[in-house]
Structures are given as structure tokens and as C-alpha cells.
Write a protein of this length. Sequence first.
Length: 278
Amino acid sequence: MKGAHSQPGNYIAIVLAADREGQSPVARAAGVSCKALAPVAGKPMLERVLSALAGAQEVERCLVCGPSAGIVAQEPALQQLLGPAQVGWIEHEASPSLSVLAALSHVAEEVPVLLTTCDHALLTSEIVDYFCRKARSLGMDAAVGLARHEEVLARFPATRRTAYRFNDGSYCSCNLFALNTVQARQAPLFWRRVEQLRKQPLAMLRQLGLVTVARYLFGRLSLDQALHKLAPRLNCSAGAVLLPYPEASIDVDSAEDWQAVQEIAADMGNLLPDARYL
């Protein structure tokens, strides 16, 4: 899929699908070889994500990064999911940021990229199209999808989501990122620098900006101000898309998350996008 192109304006989706270190606790709880195959409403999570992307008008094709070649070779279900022409696959790298950088090298520079993960089990085509259209309309190099924390809690009171608390509201990440321009491809390089400093808190804070971090901690920073302050460090402009879909913030990082998502999917009627790769 080297140098892959899409229709003008359409996104190529990169799906991070590797377990981070060894076997995921989600995979262990589900009794499968990797998290991507953990079922939700009877379908592997990766299938649910690929189906959502397949049904989205704004997405031309997908590039899946991981699971490892060894796991793919042993799992007919993965081979089937990764078989269609509109789905590419590459081996993952040692970290998420390196995997993104590797995947970007397979996508032509002028093509906008949508980045998401295989554990986005409640993702739908409607969410994808809403995010992509709003991300493009911002006129920014990059965009991040967020949901209001209070809306997530109101819809899913039993879930535990990390919230980023700004002075104009609290927000949850939705694991949806748009890289709209060539310049936006600088952002994963910053992500890589932060990853490398994860065991050096002070150095990491310097990367983020000590004054900006202090303003955040004391509740004196708005979301727009944070993105504006972060832009020079990302080496690109960035904006936020607030999604009116609380379920977009629900991903599966733990066995408890997996159990919760199965219950949510059942309550939502086992929703799965109409478009299927299979």
C-alpha cells in the first residue's frame, strides 16, 4: 500500500491494532490471541471498527497496523478481516507513535489521514463522517475528537473515563485524530518525544511547557488556549471537534472496560454498521 492515494478530500484511516506489551489483559479475559479479536456483541472489535470505516462516506480505505505477522498467520479470522482490497496491513512498531510514523510512510503526503484504534468498539459510520467533516471544516492542520465529560457520565454513569479538565469544561478523548495536511505529520514526532520521556516527568513537563502545565493544573487554561499553546510544539495548528456522541469516548483498555462495552452494546441493540468487509 506504499504511496496509497484516495479520492480528493477523502481520508485514509490508520487503525492501530497491536497489543502494547505482551498479551493484552483484554485478550486474556476474552480468551483470544490479541485484543483486536476480543468480541463485542459477537463480533471482533477490529471487525466493528473496520465496518464503521467501510460505511463512512469520508473514508476511502484503511491501513491496519498490527497485530504481529505471527498472530495474523495463526488466526484465520484476522486473515479474513485483512483480506479485502480496501484494507491494507503492516507490522506494528515498538510504540504507538512509531507505528503511526511507519503507517504514514505508506500514505501519500497529500492524502488526509484519520487515526483511530481497534478497541473503538462502539464506533459507527455516522460518528466517523461527523468527525471527518467537522475536522476538515476547522481549517486546521490537525484535529482531535472529544466528548463532553458530563454528557459521557449522563449517558454511561457506570463507566470510568479519564477527563481533561479545562476552565471552560471537561472533555474525554474519543481516539479519533485527523491529520489534514502534510504539516500535521509533524505531530507524531512530538508524540514520540513525549513517549521517550515517560519515565522522566520533569523532562516531559518541559516538552509540554511548564507554564502551560501550571495553568492547566490551577484551572486557568481553556481548551482552545491549550491547543494554541501546544501548536508550536506540535509544529502544526490543531483544533478540537466536540462530538455529540458520548459513546465515541468509550474504548477498551481493560477487562473491566470490555465487560462494560459488551453491556453497552447490548443496551444499544448490538449496533454494527450496515457496511461490512466480510
